[in-house]
Structures are given as structure tokens and as C-alpha cells.
Design a protein around this ligand. Structure first.
Ligand SMILES: Cc1cc2nc3c(=O)[nH]c(=O)nc-3n(C[C@H](O)[C@H](O)[C@H](O)COP(=O)(O)OP(=O)(O)OC[C@H]3O[C@@H](n4cnc5c(N)ncnc54)[C@H](O)[C@@H]3O)c2cc1C
Length: 324
């Protein structure tokens, strides 16, 4: 089967791309999403802080997503395929995806990848020590609390001061846990100022700048962390170490664009950022293959992701007009 436009990923980027392509005349659009519903990461972001720029309103993540879901569902030229996991992509824009009980193949005249990003893990920042239970990425902890209704721990140390970690610091306190410290290797926070004020300062959570975790302690479950001060070259300062008792370590140390499918298709990639290399914004080295949202570059706010998706949708529509 050949479709005019296939979009992979039903988060804010993918939905904005589909809507914009439809508004620009494309009438045969397939939006493929591996989850059971559209919305992407926004579904687990139950805090407010979305839509201030785009809608001039303060919305929660699901409220923000819902506006785009409604619009997507109302456009007759957009077919949404949920529980559809794309596992293969060729340079000729042929996609293979799993749906429950079957394997589908589709060729796209134009293709937009809006596959989002994944969180960096403990292994990527080299924290020494044992490998006990209780070390989570901040986004995973967010999913456990907000979607599954599970509290991952009661005494928490957060590594890194990215937005997800700051938001989760407040969430853990609101759920009755103690957040003992945020450990940041740089001398400033990496998250947005509004999150520093609303999530850290308002809850009196101590932040240790120019510090890092030297070691995770504990055998079966995290029992604590050894923290050490670092100098201007991020090297440990001797005799500066101290320990904090905790049962949970959260990592909020950045996101990596999820672009393995684009790489599989043979697009030129920047190995450092895991982003496609191209001469024009939102393009790749493969004609007619576009990329948007966090897969294209890590954005701070969803509003910027929606604008980026809309731009990719317009580009794909223009490309399709050009090849007819
Ligand atoms: C924990 C967290 C908290 C945040 N808090 C805020 C905030 O308070 N305010 C704000 O403005 N922004 C916030 N953001 C940022 C914002 O949510 C993201 O920038 C935005 O969701 C990124 O949109 P996206 O569409 O690029 O990616 P995503 O929302 O991640 O969507 C990508 C979609 O692609 C799908 N997908 C991926 N691979 C495949 C595949 N192979 N096959 C099929 N489907 C696939 C995924 O299932 C997912 O649904 C937060 C982000 C995170 C992670």
C-alpha cells in the first residue's frame, strides 16, 4: 500500500504535523502511534505549564494534548493507527510496523518522523557503585506515579536539574516522600526558571551545585549515595565527600532524540546529538523524509514542539505538490 503522507509518532509534534499537512491540502495521511492513545509523553505530565505560549492559557499535559487529539480526529483525511509499532524503515520510505496480531507494510510518498526522545540512563553518566533497585529516570518515576499509581520510594535524591527532575521533586513531596537533595554538577540549574521557583524553592529542596554522585550505596535496594564536590574541570575535590541516606535515586540528566529508524533508513546522522544532518531545517538527507519535535531537537516546552510539527507538516505538503 502507498500513502501520500505517513507520520510516525502521535505526540504533540506528530499531531501538529498531521493537522498542518491536512490544512495545506494533503488528504491521505496515516498517523502511526505505538501507544493505545494519542498524546505522547504529555499523557503522563499531569502538572500545569503547557499551552502558555500556544493557547495563552495554562493547561495540564493531557488537556493540551486533548485539544490536538480532537482536531486530529475531526479531520477526515487523517487515519490514526494506534498500537502500531514501527520497527523497520528503508531509504525508499517503506515502513514496517506491528499491530496486535499482524505485521503491516506501507510505502510513504512523504514521511514525517515525530518519534520524540528518550531519557539518558545511569550508564551514560558513569555513576560508580553497586547496581541495586531504586535507580529510576525521572520520566519513568513520573509514569509510575501519574499513570500506574505507584510510589517508587520515600527518600529521594535527584541527580541533575533538568525540568523533569524538578517537576518530579515537587511530585514526590506532594505524594508524601522526602526529597533530600538535588545534585547538579554545573553551577546553574538546567531547567526553566519557573520550575526552579515552583518546584524547588517553594518546597525548600536543597540544591548542591558543583557536586556529583561519586557512588551509589546499597546491595538489593539503594541505601544512600556518596556525594562529592567537583572543581572547574569537574574533577573530584579530595576530602569533600559526604553521604546522604535515601532509598531512591532519580536521574534527570537529559534526553536523546529517538532516531534509530532514520538511521536505519540510511539518513546522514550527527553521532554526537543523534539528530539527522541536513542543509534545511526539519529535513534529512533522504528527499521527502522530514523530522520534527524532540526527534529533531530537544525542546524545552511542548508549545515549541507543536510549532515545529506544524512547520514539518507544511513542508511535507509542499514536497508532495512538487512531486506530482
Ligand atoms: C517528563 C516530561 C515533563 C515535561 N514537562 C513539560 C512541561 O511542564 N511543559 C512543557 O511545555 N513541556 C514539558 N515537557 C516537554 C514536552 O512534553 C515534550 O517536549 C513534547 O512532549 C515532545 O513532543 P514529541 O511529539 O516530539 O514527542 P513525544 O511526546 O515523546 O511523542 C513521541 C511519540 O512517538 C511515539 N513513537 C516513538 N517511536 C515510535 C515507533 N517506533 N512507532 C510508533 N510510535 C512511536 C511515542 O509512543 C510517542 O507517543 C516535558 C517532557 C517530559 C519528558
Amino acid at each position: 500500500m502507498t500513502r501520500d503522507l505517513v507520520i510516525v509518532g502521535g505526540g504533540p509534534a506528530g499531531m501538529a504535523a498531521a493537522i498542518s499537512a491536512h490544512e495545506n491540502g494533503v488528504r491521505d495521511i496515516l498517523l502511526v502511534e505505538r501507544n493505545e492513545c494519542l498524546g505522547g509523553i504529555l499523557n503522563q505530565c499531569v502538572h500545569t505549564g503547557f499551552g502558555i505560549d500556544y493557547f495563552k492559557e495554562t493547561l495540564t499535559g493531557p488537556e493540551y494534548a486533548f485539544r490536538f487529539i480532537q482536531k486530529t480526529r475531526r479531520m477526515p483525511g487523517i487515519e490514526v493507527s494506534l498500537r502500531s509499532f514501527v520497527v523497520h524503515l528503508t531509504g525508499r520510505k517503506v515502513l514496517t510496523y506491528f499491530k496486535p496480531g499482524r505485521l503491516e507494510t506501507v510505502r510513504a510518498r512523504a514521511l514525517i518522523m515525530a518519534t520524540g526522545a528518550r531519557e539518558k540512563t545511569r550508564e551514560m553518566i558513569h555513576i560508580a557503585g553497586t547496581r541495586p533497585a531504586g535507580v529510576f529516570s525521572a520520566g519513568l518515576a513520573q509514569k509510575l506515579i501519574n499513570i500506574e499509581g505507584l510510589l517508587p520510594g520515600k527518600a529521594v535524591v535527584i541527580v541533575g536539574s533538568g525540568d523533569i527532575g524538578l517537576i518530579m521533586a515537587r511530585r514526590f513531596v506532594l505524594e508524601g516522600a522526602r526529597v533530600k537533595a538535588i545534585i547538579e554538577i554545573q553551577d546553574t540549574v538546567s531547567g526553566l526558571v519557573r520550575n526552579v521557583v515552583q518546584c524547588v524553592e517553594d518546597f525548600n529542596i536543597p540544591v548542591y551545585f558543583r557536586h556529583k554522585i561519586a557512588k551509589v550505596l546499597g546491595k538489593d535496594r539503594v541505601e544512600g549515595v556518596r556525594v562529592v564536590k567537583v572543581d572547574g574541570r569537574f574533577e573530584e575535590i579530595r576530602r569533600s565527600a559526604f553521604e546522604i541516606d535515601c532509598d531512591t535515586v532519580l536521574l534527570s540528566v537529559g534526553l536523546i532524540p529517538e532516531n534509530e529508524l532514520i538511521e536505519m533508513a540510511g539518513a546522514a546522522m550527527d553521532k554526537l546529538t543523534n539528530c539527522p544532518v541536513s542543509k534545511a531545517l526539519n529535513n534529512t538527507s533522504i528527499p521527502g523524509l522530514f523530522v520534527c519535535g524532540n526527534a529533531y531537537k530537544i525542546y524545552d516546552i511542548a508549545d515549541s514542539v507543536s510549532r515545529d510539527g506544524a512547520l514539518a507538516g507544511r513542508m511535507a505538503a509542499k514536497y508532495l505538490k512538487g512531486i506530482r
